[in-house]
Design a protein around this ligand. Structure first.
Ligand code: ADP
Ligand code: MG
Length: 555
């Protein structure tokens, strides 16, 4: 007995979009389904290791049936239980599809354009098929299930017979119309091309029976031949010179659920104490949910091309949580557990190399492409600052040179090096002021008195900024000094004498004011004020801004 179910509302919207898609690159459906099959085999591989089962010959099969207009993709991966079928194919809960959905909400985007940029997953089958049937049997399960849908009306689930573990997808292709030739996906040569184009690096063989012409006893005959369509070399295992920027970008978008090209791709090999290949990406936008609890940092970990785990946090220092990518190392065991990772010496070496490489690349970006770096800084500058106050010694030197600050001169953000180089010779300290934004900073009385001397100050607007200043203490022998805290010692000797004299003359007035203002600890004359009549200054401890941070933390 088949159970009838409706798609969850969001899935339905996405489906409608796929069914009515006028998108010209419908061919990507094959890439999506093959990538799902490959993921499923990865999952099975790990399941087999855990269950001490011999994984056997793992692979994907494509079959074409022109008469029945079907394209079939089978895998011997992990399969799905009945619950998983409903959950995975009936609702949108998956990261890639979810991000896609978010993007669709933004009205100004051309919908057809986004489809191509995304990993849109299983539902893309409905771009080319008017009916999709899924037969599946989960690893370790005795039951098999059939899921069938013609799209928007919902789907049916019922028990079925399936001898082998894994999933088989049967796509009944739409009839050709004026706009679209769907029959092309029944042509062997066309499907072979598509596999080569999009799925060549899939690590498992994608096999198909192909008609080939052969000479048999002096006669030319067509005979069926079993053929593996993909080269199975993962992208990152190919010689670097052969891999194009575009391939790297496409790979990024597909694997790390972004729809924009990465800002920077860092692809490198390390040999020596530890051998590994890393393919890293700096996103060009802040990832979805980056500031939420659900954001999962870390890199994918592979051993000799075989997937071990996602979001391996041991490969990146926490402050580089915005970096996406993967690491492949032959030095790791396949069934390494999460607990073991924390103590793994190799992994620590890899992490250090990655940190160094990323910082070098950022330094190079800062030096060579300022505009791009400023974009990076806007997105992830806060993380670099976090890096400063969470790291030690040697790392700090590299990190401090990556900092950018707005200053009271009102121009573009500058590095500490640039700031120091622009200081007048008599300025020893690097002054900073904390304010809500650059405009508020410009209005501070102390800024005006600094400027009267020809000095500028860094403007700190983020809560972590003062921690950063305190952690660093100084930059190239120039101490960081909070311009708003007491004694700046900006006056000349004469000015000081003059001030002392005036204070003495007005002693009574000052002590009267102190009595009238019980909240302040001292009232005194100041030479720091340029145009303003009075200012409040903090003592030598925390600045007012820092007190606010502490108050917020305690709340
Ligand atoms: P994504 O691949 O981004 O997770 P998809 O829409 O492509 O999203 O697939 C949804 C889910 O359906 C997958 O996460 C997986 O759990 C399940 N799935 C799809 N295809 C297969 C398959 N061939 N074998 C097992 N599970 C599958
Ligand atoms: Mg998928």
């Amino acid at each position: 007995m088949a159970e009838k179910k409706e798609f969850q509302a969001e899935s339905r919207r996405l489906l409608d979009l796929m069914i009515n898609s006028i998108y010209t690159h419908k061919e990507i459906f094959l890439r999506e389904l093959i990538s799902n099959a490959s993921d499923a085999i990865d999952k099975y591989y790990h399941w087999a290791l855990e269950h001490h089962e011999e994984p056997g010959d793992l692979g994907i099969r494509i079959e074409l049936d022109e008469t029945n207009r079907t394209l079939t993709i089978s895998d011997n991966g992990i399969g799905m239980t009945k619950e998983e079928l409903e959950e995975n194919l009936g609702t949108i809960a998956k990261s890639g599809t979810l991000a896609f959905k978010e993007e669709l909400k933004k009205q100004d985007k051309d919908q057809s354009d986004i489809i191509g940029q995304f990993g849109v997953g299983f539902y893309s089958a409905f771009m080319v098929a008017d009916e999709v049937t899924v037969y599946t049997r989960a690893a370790g399960s005795e039951e098999a299930w059939e899921w069938k849908s013609q799209g928007a009306d919902g789907y049916e689930i019922e028990a079925c017979d399936k001898e082998e573990r894994g999933t088989m997808l049967v796509l009944h292709l739409k009839a050709d119309d004026d706009q679209e030739d769907y029959s092309q996906y029944l042509q062997s040569y066309r499907v072979q091309d598509l596999v080569k184009k999009y799925s060549d690096y899939i690590r498992y063989p994608i096999r198909m029976t192909v008609e080939t012409t052969q000479e048999v006893d002096g006669e030319t005959r067509t005979v069926p031949e079993e053929k593996t369509l993909n080269s199975m070399v993962p992208l990152w295992k190919r010689p670097k010179a052969e891999v194009t920027e575009e391939e790297l970008s496409t790979f990024y978008k597909q694997h790390f659920f972004d729809f924009t090209d990465p800002m920077k791709t860092i692809f490198f090999n390390v040999e020596g104490n530890v051998d590994f290949t890393a393919l890293l990406y700096i996103p060009s936008r802040v990832p979805d949910g980056f500031y939420s609890q659900d954001y999962k940092p870390g890199l994918q970990l592979y051993s000799r091309g075989v997937f071990i785990m996602d979001h391996c946090e041991e490969l990146l220092p926490p402050y580089l949580r915005f970096v996406k990518g993967l690491v492949d190392s032959q030095d790791l065991s396949l069934n390494i557990s999460r607990e073991m990772l924390q103590h793994d010496h190799q992994l620590r070496l890899i992490k250090n190399r990655i940190e160094r490489k990323v910082l070098n690349e950022l330094g190079a970006m800062l030096a060579k492409d300022r505009e791009q770096y400023e974009k990076f800084w806007k997105n992830f500058g806060l993380d670099i600052k976090f890096g400063i106050y969470s790291s030690f010694g040697a790392d700090r030197d590299k990190l401090e040179n990556l900092l950018l600050f707005y200053t009271t001169d009102g121009g573009k953000p500058v590095t500490l090096q640039e700031f120091v180089s622009a200081m007048p010779e008599d300025q020893k300290d690097i002054y900073y002021v904390s304010a809500k934004d650059t405009e508020a900073a410009a209005k501070l009385p102390v800024v005006k008195s600094l400027q009267k001397k020809g000095y500028q100050a860094l403007i700190l607007t983020a809560e972590v900024d003062e921690f950063v200043m305190q952690t660093l203490g100084q930059y190239k022998d120039h101490p960081f000094t909070n311009a708003s805290s007491a004694d700046l010692d900006l006056q000349s000797e004469e000015e000081k004498e003059q001030l002392e004299k005036t204070s003495e003359e007005n002693k009574d007035l000052l002590s009267f004011m102190k009595e009238a203002l019980p909240e302040v600890s001292e009232v005194r004359l100041s030479a720091r004020l340029a145009d303003d009549p009075v200012m409040l200054v903090a003592g030598n401890g925390l600045s007012f801004e820092m007190e606010k941070v502490y108050a917020a933390m305690a709340a």
